[in-house]
Design a protein around this ligand. Structure first.
Ligand SMILES: Cc1cc2nc3c(=O)[nH]c(=O)nc-3n(C[C@H](O)[C@H](O)[C@H](O)COP(=O)(O)O)c2cc1C
Length: 195
């Protein structure tokens, strides 16, 4: 299958390192045969999630269309207080069943490896029955960029993430889609109606 990967950039900073790295990862994924879209939350400003409000705003519809289109996602965030950015958490709050059976990769720009931020994104994804890649890519501005350009060491890590997500994401997605259409006792079969 041609895997459709949606990248979520969630820093509102100009020239954010997490979004630069995300764009590069999507570009590499395309070389591995994936189709990709970038959803940069700096450009597409989602209203603060409110379950009681009408969600017909143009931005919400666009984001929902992108998520429905995707087979796999990459969540990229700056480390804010050991956690993901508010923009990323707000994006995640809009979804639940739409994440089931999709594989997620993680990128975090941090001075401290961003492990707790990535763990919290994993927790949200697990709560929605998504799969997570077993590792994430941590970025440090000072070590991984020279004169605004990514170092080859960072590119090496992003190449691994892109390649692995295309390969494992397609296997897991294909199995999930097959299981959705089957009457076997699998967790995927309960998503028949939503997908
Ligand atoms: C509100 C705020 C909180 C932050 N908290 C942390 C933190 O807890 N740990 C850390 O390593 N860096 C922290 N940082 C630094 C950013 O994670 C770091 O500058 C990152 O590279 C920014 O990524 P970006 O270029 O994608 O925006 C914080 C920055 C801000 C603005």
């Amino acid at each position: 299958m041609t895997l459709r990967i949606l990248g979520i950039g969630s820093s509102l900073r100009n020239n954010a390192s997490s979004t630069i790295a995300l764009s590069a990862t999507l570009e590499i994924a395309r070389k591995h045969g994936a189709e990709t879209r970038l959803l940069d939350l700096k450009q597409t400003r989602l209203p603060l999630y409110d379950p009681t409000e009408n969600q017909s705003a143009f931005e919400i519809k666009k984001v929902k269309d992108d998520v429905a289109w995707s087979d796999a996602l990459i969540l990229s965030t700056p480390d804010y207080h050991g956690s993901m950015s508010g923009a990323m958490k707000n994006f995640l709050d809009y979804f639940w069943a739409e994440f089931a059976g999709k594989t997620f990769g993680y990128i975090c720009a941090s001075h401290e490896k961003g492990l707790t931020a990535m763990d919290q994104m994993r927790t949200a994804v697990r709560q929605c029955y998504g799969w997570s890649m077993p590792y994430g890519v941590s970025i440090s501005d000072s070590d991984d960029f020279t004169d605004g350009k990514m170092t080859s060491k960072l590119e090496y890590r992003l190449e691994m993430l892109a390649r692995d997500l295309v390969v494992y994401g397609a296997i897991l997605r294909q199995q999930f889609v097959n299981d959705m259409g089957s009457s076997d006792n699998t967790f995927a079969s309960r998503y028949k109606k939503q997908s």
